[in-house]
Design a protein around this ligand. Structure first.
Ligand SMILES: *Cc1c(COP(=O)(O)O)cnc(C)c1O
Length: 231
C-alpha cells in the first residue's frame, strides 16, 4: 500500500530541511544537492506524488518495471536508471530513460552509445564506481575509472555527468562515509587527469544521507525515507 500524498509531502519537506541543515554544517550550498525520489516497487502514483511536489526527476532500478510504470504516468518528470543494467536491455534503457547512473563497463558504454544514436538522442550517464571496494556491489573498480572515463568521453552520443556509488551494507556509519569520501577523491583526480568537469556525485540513500551530504554528494537517491518500506 502506498502512503497518502499528505504523508509524502511532509516527509519530502522534512528531508529537504534536513539536507539544508546538513549543508549548513558542511558549509555547502544546498542548491548543489538534489533529492532524487526512488520509486521502485511502488505504483505509478508514487511518481505522480513526486511530480506534484515539484521534483524534476524520479529513479528506478529495473528497466522493465520502469517502462511499464512510465506508460501509466501522465506527469512530466525525468527518469533515471540507478540499478544494474545488462547489455541486452541497453537499447530499451536508452530509449525509455533520461539518464543512466549505473554504467560500469566499456561494453555497456558502447551499447548505450549505439542505442542512443539510433533513437537520435544524447544520453546523459554517470559512471558507477565501486568506491567501497565491496565484492557484493556492482560498479567499476576505482583503478579502472580513468580508462572507463576516457572511453566514455569519446562516445559521441553520451554525455558524462559524473560518478555514482552505493556504499557497502554496514552497521558502522564510518564505512559509508569512507566510501563517499573515496568517490569524491576519485572524482577530483579524474577531473585533473582528464579535464572532465564531472559535476554530479550520486551518493547516499535513506540510511546514509548524512554521510553523503557531508562528503559532497550532489544527488541523494531516497526511497524508504519518502515512501516507507517496500513490499
Ligand atoms: C533502492 C535504491 C536506493 C534507495 O534506497 P532507500 O534505502 O530506499 O533510500 C538508492 N540507490 C539505489 C542504487 C537503489 O537501488
Amino acid at each position: 500500500m502506498l502512503i497518502d500524498y499528505a504523508t509524502f509531502h511532509d516527509r519530502a519537506n522534512a528531508l529537504l530541511q534536513r539536507i539544508t541543515e546538513l549543508c549548513a554544517t558542511a558549509q555547502r550550498d544546498p542548491r548543489e544537492v538534489v533529492l532524487l525520489p526512488v520509486t521502485k516497487n511502488h505504483p505509478p502514483a508514487a511518481v505522480e506524488y513526486a511530480a506534484r511536489h515539484g521534483f524534476a526527476a524520479v529513479s528506478e532500478n529495473r528497466v522493465q518495471e520502469a517502462v511499464e510504470k512510465r506508460a501509466q504516468v501522465t506527469a512530466t518528470v525525468r527518469w533515471d536508471l540507478i540499478g544494474h543494467l545488462q547489455s541486452n536491455k541497453a537499447k530499451l534503457a536508452a530509449t525509455h530513460f533520461d539518464r543512466i547512473q549505473s554504467v560500469d563497463s566499456e561494453k555497456l558504454l558502447n551499447t548505450l552509445d549505439r542505442a542512443a544514436g539510433e533513437v537520435g538522442k544524447i544520453l546523459p550517464v554517470l559512471l558507477q564506481i565501486n568506491a567501497g571496494n565491496d565484492p557484493a556491489k556492482f560498479g567499476a573498480e576505482p583503478v579502472d575509472a580513468p580508462r572507463l572515463l576516457e572511453f566514455a568521453l569519446t562516445r559521441p552520443n553520451l554525455r558524462v555527468d559524473g560518478l555514482m556509488t552505493v556504499a557497502p551494507l554496514s552497521d558502522d556509519p564510518a564505512v559509508a562515509r569512507r566510501t563517499f569520501a573515496n568517490l569524491r577523491v576519485i572524482r577530483d583526480q579524474l577531473t585533473v587527469q582528464l579535464g572532465a568537469p564531472l559535476r554530479e556525485l550520486s551518493m547516499g540513500m535513506s540510511s546514509d544521507l548524512d554521510a553523503a551530504i557531508t562528503e559532497g554528494s550532489t544527488l541523494v537517491r531516497i526511497g524508504r525515507a519518502l515512501y516507507g518500506p517496500r513490499t
